[in-house]
Design a protein around this ligand. Structure first.
Ligand code: HEC
Length: 188
């Protein structure tokens, strides 16, 4: 895994994020762009690792590269950017109260027929006396994800996951389910 391959992500973002994102539309567009970069970069690294080293190599991408990309984009934008879920693999990704409510809203909208790929929610909220813009976009479960989040995991993967994540809840998903969400906090 080459850290240098992440540099283009950071550079690409400079172009899409206005110096002072002001209107809600601008904040939404900038959030979408950042998430696009996060998702694209992660998926690229994951597929490459799995092709070269198999699923166990993929685990180290999810474990090390995903938080690194989140950190890079957070540093680049000054926002807080991450991933969360109702059923966690890594407890560090636990949702706060607002995120939990949005994840539950996504589940309800999905149950009512909206595709997971279209679930987005944003709101300007007061936190500790400060106005913040919060944005979430659902992460759909694709075929590739089932290798590590599905119902039937290979022996190697299951062992590796049990060792690294003894309280893993992030299994049993089917294609099209909401696996979790990207989440962004922009201080205003
Ligand atoms: C090779 C195994 C593997 C594959 C394939 C995989 N994941 Fe994961 N996933 C993990 C691991 C390991 C973690 C825990 C990462 C960490 O420690 O932060 C994780 C964490 C996550 C999280 C963060 C929330 C949590 O539960 O901690 C989301 C969201 C997620 N994966 C979505 C996906 C999606 C969507 C796909 C398919 C595009 C996918 N994953 C494919 C192994 C995998």
């Amino acid at each position: 895994m080459n850290r240098l391959t992440m540099i283009p992500v950071a550079l690409a973002l400079v172009a899409v994020i206005p110096a002072q994102a002001e209107s809600v539309d601008e904040r939404v567009a900038a959030s979408q762009a950042a998430i696009q970069d996060f998702a694209g970069s992660l998926q690229g690294h994951l597929m490459e690792a799995m092709q070269e080293g198999g699923p166990t190599e993929g685990i180290s991408v999810c474990r090390q590269v995903a938080p690194q990309i989140a950190e890079d984009i957070s540093a680049e934008t000054g926002w807080s950017v991450g991933r969360t879920s109702l059923k966690l693999r890594n407890p560090d990704n636990a949702p706060d109260e607002w995120e939990r409510a949005v994840l539950e809203q996504f589940e309800a909208r999905r149950a009512a027929g909206e595709p997971a790929s279209e679930l987005v929610y944003h709101e300007t909220v007061q936190e500790d006396g400060e106005e913040v813009f919060r944005f979430m976009r659902a992460i759909p479960t694709g075929g590739l994800c089932l290798t590590c989040h599905g119902s039937e995991l290979g022996g190697d993967i299951q062992h590796a996951l049990e060792r690294l994540y003894p309280e893993d809840q992030a299994v049993g998903y089917s294609e099209g389910d909401v696996r979790g969400a990207f989440t962004i906090i922009q201080r205003m």
